[in-house]
Ligand binder design. Sequence first.
Ligand code: ATP
Ligand code: MG
Length: 272
Amino acid sequence: MTATGDATPHRAAQADAPVLHVTDVTVRFAGLTALDAVSFTVEPGSVHAVIGPNGAGKSTCFNVLSGVYRAASGSIRFGGTELTGLAPHAVAALGIARTFQNLALPPHATVADSLMLGRHRLTRSGFLAAGLRLPSAAREGRQHRERVREIAAFVGLERDLAHPAGALPYGKQKLVELGRALCMEPKLLLLDEPVAGMTGDERRQTAAVIAGVRDSLGISIVLVEHDMGVVMRLADAVTVLDFGRRIGGGTPARVQSDPAVVRAYLGEEATP
Ligand SMILES: Nc1ncnc2c1ncn2[C@@H]1O[C@H](COP(=O)(O)OP(=O)(O)OP(=O)(O)O)[C@@H](O)[C@H]1O
Ligand SMILES: [Mg+2]
């Protein structure tokens, strides 16, 4: 993955992102079926939105994709690899990065250090490959800091690198989280409500960054988001959940005109 700063989106990297097949995945918590035989497919280099009312199972879906929750049944295949049963670090090692619905940043670290956290997995494997404490480790450290700067510029945080992340406005903190996930050089990015709590300007900026992640980095994105404007503008495909079940899906236009979806979700949104 390379952020070239080129105005022309290049989609060559998309070949790197495998298809994600979620098939009949069920997740239960003592008596509650949070996901009930849910299936969807995320095409390489696309934005796939998962929408639905509060409690529909969207975050559960992320937690089972990232290895935090165990599926009671069903299959999640990322390219040739079965993800069900893998621990979160093993899922991350396959190139699946996530952000959380609520901010999960270390409170006092600078933006640069927070982003560097995203590179730990790559740093460790790099160190192993190069041999610990060899001079090449110092060079590797410089390369990581350089990449952190590139990614900060990509998400619009290049002027904030030295600031404590926790002191930034909320919208920028969310961008730090997004940047940290990008620092893992993922093939698939799971974004849980990336624009929640943002001002209008911050929403527009973040939506542009997410579109850029897809268009110029070729990363696949699963997007959970309540802001229907953002979903409809960004998503290539949508899966609609309600009470843990998949009640609809398809293109944004198709979903918007599906009566079952309008009843379950868009209707609710229309009456604040
Ligand atoms: N760890 C857990 N233990 C027990 N129940 C849980 C757990 N996580 C989620 N649930 C339940 O599973 C259901 C789905 O929750 P989930 O958080 O996935 O919904 P959501 O679609 O993300 O909602 P929101 O829009 O409010 O974020 C809810 O009824 C929730 O209470
Ligand atoms: Mg949620």
